[in-house]
Design a protein around this ligand. Structure first.
Ligand code: SF4
Ligand code: SF4
Length: 455
């Protein structure tokens, strides 16, 4: 009597699922040890195996083996990953869980599973870069009117969930003029003392929402004697697109950016957003399979550039405030800067080099804040649950200022810390540096004017 085997080995369905099929060797590297379970923020919050790194890899493996279909629940589990990359750090086999998950999202998008809300933002808006400044202006006007008409507790706030915004959420207000509309394409310092020239990849958040970050970056670099180019034709880096699995749109964005920047003409391409930096340094080639040689090696976070290329001695030579009480600050590591790019010492070196600043390390400074760009809009509850740990860590430091290097983290931290009742400033490192410089410049102007009046 023959016995039916319970398990029949089947070849992975690479032809049916070519995007995840490319990662079949990566998937089998996972030995299911579970070491990633202790660090995955979505698993920690839900205690559900399928909401963790190992569970997600197993689900993708099951699809590739033909044991599971691309169902709604599969979609939900794959979409709930924040792409924080904590699992990669913890994994003894070096499994690129992030790449596997993004490939699974690409399979979903290839079957038309890109939600309308994301399609509208990614293909309708972010892809059409020229639409962004006028839309930003309209949004700015709308927000200001809405905020004026709907203070906390107003009935008008009940409309916000309809546009996927929690009614208590603290959101940034769009700038009435985008940063790139405010600056010229070439900013030459009075003294080119560093002899360096950079091209600035501004990114959507610093261009439309946090224009102070971009202004501060240019002003600090000017004072350090660095020439700054702001190429006109740059657009969105493509991160929101490939994070959603829309690789085709992301590739269009990446190609346009590679064309807009002549990396050979500059010493570095600087960024002030951790996700933009990761996209330009790694993801354009690793995920989108584009040739970025000659470009990605030049990409640097702004603090990385100052520490490595200009030197903190040049920074110390600037007129920074030296008297008065020390400002107590702490630093939050953006996932895409520390784990994504291996940059974590440089922002700390920069902060610690500032006179009049006391740096206090927060516990688990590199724990994800739950922001994840669009993630905090599509998964707000999870994003806030993850963020709650960050609020406690900040509270423990007693710092009055939390610094970071990514606008997405700034948005998340401002909302989280305000909700936790913490009265702390949240700023980008470059913004903080510029604020310190300006404080001293203002004091010097005042002293000079008083002295002149006395003469
Ligand atoms: S990237 Fe972060 S959220 Fe996603 S599976 Fe890994 S640890 Fe979990
Ligand atoms: S730590 Fe790595 S090998 Fe272990 S279960 Fe997680 S992904 Fe798999």
């Amino acid at each position: 009597m023959s016995v039916e085997p319970k398990f029949v080995y089947r070849e992975p369905l690479k032809d049916v699922y070519p995007r995840v099929g490319k990662f079949s060797d990566e998937i089998v590297k996972c030995i299911k040890c579970g070491l990633c379970r202790a660090v995955c923020p979505t698993l920690i919050e839900t205690l559900s195996e399928s909401q963790g790194a190992r569970g997600r890899v197993s689900l993708v493996e099951a699809v590739l083996d033909g044991r599971l279909s691309l169902s709604d629940i599969f979609d939900e589990r794959i979409s709930s990953c924040i792409n924080c990359k904590a699992c990669i750090d913890a994994c003894p086999s070096g499994v690129r869980v992030d790449d596997i998950i993004l490939a699974a999202r690409a399979e979903l998008v290839a079957r038309g599973r890109l939600p309308f809300f994301k399609r509208l933002i990614l293909r309708g808006l972010l892809k059409r870069g020229r639409l962004l400044p006028p839309v930003g202006k309209l949004a700015s006007l709308f927000q200001r009117v809405l905020l004026a008409l709907s203070p906390k507790g107003s009935a008008l706030r009940l409309l916000l969930p309809a546009v996927r915004i929690d009614r208590e959420r603290r959101l940034p207000v769009f700038a009435s003029r985008s940063f790139r509309e405010q600056v010229s394409e070439r900013i030459v310092p009075e003294e080119r003392k560093s002899g360096l020239r950079v091209a600035y990849f501004v990114g959507c958040s610093s261009n439309l929402l946090y224009t102070d970050v971009a202004t501060a970056t240019v002003e600090v670099l000017k004072r350090l004697g660095v020439e700054v180019l702001v190429p006109r034709e740059q657009g969105c880096c493509g991160t929101p697109m490939f994070n959603a699995g829309d690789f085709e749109t992301a590739r269009d964005m990446a190609r346009a950016n590679l064309k807009a920047f002549d990396a050979s003409a500059v010493d570095a391409v600087i960024v002030t957003c951790a996700s933009c930096g990761l996209a330009l340094k790694r993801e354009y080639s690793a995920i989108l399979e584009l040739d970025t040689s000659g470009f990605s090696e030049k990409v640097m976070d702004a603090s990385e550039f100052i520490v490595k290329k200009v030197g903190v001695e040049a920074l110390r030579a600037l007129p920074l405030p030296r008297d008065g009480e020390n400002e107590v600050v702490t630093y939050h590591d953006p996932c895409h800067l520390k784990r994504g790019q291996g940059v974590w010492e440089e922002p700390r070196q920069l902060i610690k080099s500032l006179p009049g600043v006391e740096f206090r390390e927060m516990p688990e400074a590199d724990r994800c804040c739950g922001g994840g760009g669009l993630y905090s809009f599509t998964h707000y509850e999870m994003s806030m649950a993850v963020a709650a740990h960050k609020a406690e860590a900040v509270r423990e430091t007693g710092a009055r200022v939390v610094l970071t290097s990514c606008p997405s983290c700034i948005m998340q931290l401002r909302d989280t810390l305000a909700r936790a009742g913490l009265d702390v400033e949240v700023s980008h490192v470059m913004e903080f540096l510029y604020r310190r410089l300006r404080a001293n410049e203002a004091a010097t102007v005042l002293e000079t004017s008083i002295a002149q009046q006395r003469v």
